[in-house]
Design a protein around this ligand. Structure first.
Ligand code: BEZ
Length: 217
């Protein structure tokens, strides 16, 4: 059967395909060079564009928070390495913000086409996408934004933290965690798998019903 990659896209649950990439920090092997870490791979439409510049500054200013979550940032666009280097230099000289993460030069669009970072109906630019790749190289979440809307870096950090709690405790994360309207910073425990388990849950204080129980971790 055809895999998703051969259709020019990646889906949640797919293994990130192995590839060699050219970045502003030299050659890298994906996903191998990031094994054991979370990788936030994000594409932007183009260097020297306003919204993308604000995003790069925000990613850079929050870089330490990504490191604390055992995560690395990796940018990508269809620009050439020389354009990336010039843009990063401009940000550093003009906005006084150092860009600490590498940026892939996918000037031929080879990578973007392979994994779904170019919209087939809207020209050669990369779209604004974020791929969350876990320490085992599995794609866990994909976000797409339109060109006119900059990403919310706090939400990207929240997603990483939520995944790590979910994976560690085998729980699900409620809306807006850790500020959920029903259960604050609690997490959702898996539903019971039999009648006995469901009955036991009925009268527990941290259950709205047998299928909606929560706890603090
Ligand atoms: C921007 O980053 O400002 C931008 C990039 C591509 C199209 C429109 C806006």
């Amino acid at each position: 059967m055809e895999n998703n990659e051969s259709k020019g896209m990646l889906l949640i649950g797919d293994r990130f395909p192995e590839m060699e990439v050219q970045t502003t920090h030299g050659k890298k092997s994906l996903p191998k060079d990031y094994a054991g870490k979370w990788l936030v791979l994000f594409s932007h439409p183009g260097d020297f564009t306003p919204v993308c510049t604000t995003e790069f500054v925000s990613f850079a200013k929050n870089y330490d928070k990504f490191k604390k979550l055992n995560a690395e940032l990796l940018g990508l666009s269809v620009d050439q390495i020389a354009a990336h280097l010039k843009w990063v230099e401009w940000i550093e000289n003009t906005l006084k913000v150092e860009i600490p993460f590498p940026v892939i030069a996918d000037d031929l669009g080879r990578i973007s086409m392979k994994i779904g970072m170019i919209h087939p109906g809207s020209g050669p630019r990369t779209v604004r996408a974020v791929f969350f790749i876990d320490p085992e190289g599995i794609v866990r979440l994909i976000l797409y934004y339109p060109a006119e809307l900059g990403r919310n870096v706090s939400e990207i950090l929240r997603i990483l933290e939520a995944f790590q709690v979910s994976d560690k405790y085998g729980v699900a994360m409620p809306a807006n965690w850790p500020d959920n309207e029903l259960m604050k910073d609690h997490v959702i425990i898996p539903a019971p798998s039999d009648v006995k388990g469901a009955k036991e849950r009925k009268n527990q204080p941290d259950c709205f019903d047998w299928w909606l129980c929560h706890k603090k971790v």
